[in-house]
Ligand binder design. Structure first.
Ligand SMILES: [Zn+2]
Length: 372
């Protein structure tokens, strides 16, 4: 087994969490180094602090994939007497590439916000603040009857055919495929220079345009023909709505006091700042990992009883209070939940590609705050 090239690993990652999902002005992608090298070990981190770089050096890591961009506030100079300068220096000296997936990972289905909503036990999860919609395309693949099942499975596993909460959706119709293999071919069915007729199935499915490459690669891999026949159609259907934060409901109504305890337990934090009467009944919950100050009104308009977010300002807390919205602020660091989900994603990619790359999650505690 060989280690995966960084470009291949990140190509897979960006099929899930493309840079185009990021909000305007955000910093994403390659921060330092190169992706064009074999990655023996990748480490997933929430923040890139100097301790995190030291951990990566000790662990002989080739690539750090972090949620918070190291160069969010661009450096004007690389002064190696400052912590930021030393991070850059150490990364380059030890050939550690740093890549960041920030708001694109917040927005991505199954990303930071979905993980947080799921961890809180929310049901009927929807987007809190829509940022964009992704166009859908229709894909029709023609396949001999013998490989119908294989292609349907490959399409579903690659993520095609998701409609609402249903996955692996497709439609098939039977027909006759005809082809004449040319002189340079090596046909799976038939022989060169002889017109062939085969009982085939046309499988139709729907997918977001962002997944086109991934899905096509999957069918080409699973299809028995040298040159699989397929058609792609643009669609006028409303695309998948993407955005920041999530909103959903708890299985049963609980008080704000009980809910705040639940938040502390779920995210393993010692304390949380709470705005609102502790006896307020809580059923509908908005969640936005990180700094959700700008999204308080989205939660109010969508009828949330509470918003779980970090870094809430004093005056924003007043606004929420006056609008009758409770707030639970367990701190920005709860986004650390992304470490396990991104690690799991990479493990699947590596397993699928039968590569030897190892994945670890950073063990450094990066929450600057403590309660006394
Ligand atoms: Zn954040």
């Amino acid at each position: 087994m060989k280690p995966l090239n960084g470009q291949v690993l990140i190509q897979e990652f960006e099929a899930w969490s493309p840079k185009s999902y990021a909000v305007e002005g955000d910093r994403n992608g390659l921060m330092i180094g190169t992706l064009n090298k074999p990655i023996c070990k990748v480490m997933v981190a929430l923040d890139v602090l100097e301790e995190v770089i030291d951990e990566a050096i000790n662990e002989k890591v080739d690539l750090i994939v972090a949620h918070h961009p190291l160069l969010f506030r661009p450096l004007k100079k690389i002064d190696t007497d400052t912590p930021h300068g030393r991070i850059v220096e150490k990364a380059i000296k030890h050939d550690i590439t740093i890549y960041a997936a920030h708001t694109n990972l917040d927005v991505a289905p199954g990303g930071v916000n979905d993980r947080m909503a799921e961890a809180l036990g929310l049901k009927n999860i929807d987007v809190l603040a829509p940022t964009q919609s992704v166009d859908l395309i229709k894909l029709a693949v023609f396949v001999p009857e013998s490989h119908e099942e294989d292609i349907r499975r490959a399409l579903g596993e690659a993520g095609a055919g998701n409609i609402g909460d249903y996955s692996h959706c497709s439609y098939s119709s039977k027909g006759i495929g005809r082809f004449l293999p040319g002189d340079s071919t090596n046909p799976h069915i038939g022989e060169r220079g002889k017109l062939e007729e085969v009982k085939e199935v046309k499988i139709e499915t729907i997918l977001p345009v962002t997944m086109k490459k991934r899905v096509l690669n999957a069918i080409i891999k699973a299809h028995p023909y040298e040159e699989p026949a397929y058609d792609i159609y643009p669609l006028d259907n409303t695309g998948n709505v993407l955005g920041l934060g999530r909103i959903g409901v708890l299985e049963k109504e609980i008080s704000l006091e009980v809910f705040a305890e639940h938040v502390k337990q779920v995210f393993s934090v010692k304390g949380a700042r709470v705005v609102g009467d502790l006896q307020t009944p809580i059923k509908k919950v908005a969640v936005l990992g990180g700094d959700g100050n700008k999204y308080i009104n989205h939660a109010v308009f969508k009828g949330a009883d509470v918003i779980v977010t970090g870094d809430v300002y004093y005056h924003v807390a007043h606004d929420a209070m006056m609008a009758g919205l409770s707030v639970v602020d367990p701190g920005h660091n709860v986004e650390k939940i992304m470490k396990e989900s991104v690690k799991h994603f990479f493990e699947n990619v590596i397993h699928e590609k039968k590569a030897s790359t190892e994945v670890i999650a950073s063990k450094i505690h990066t929450d600057p705050f403590q309660f006394v």
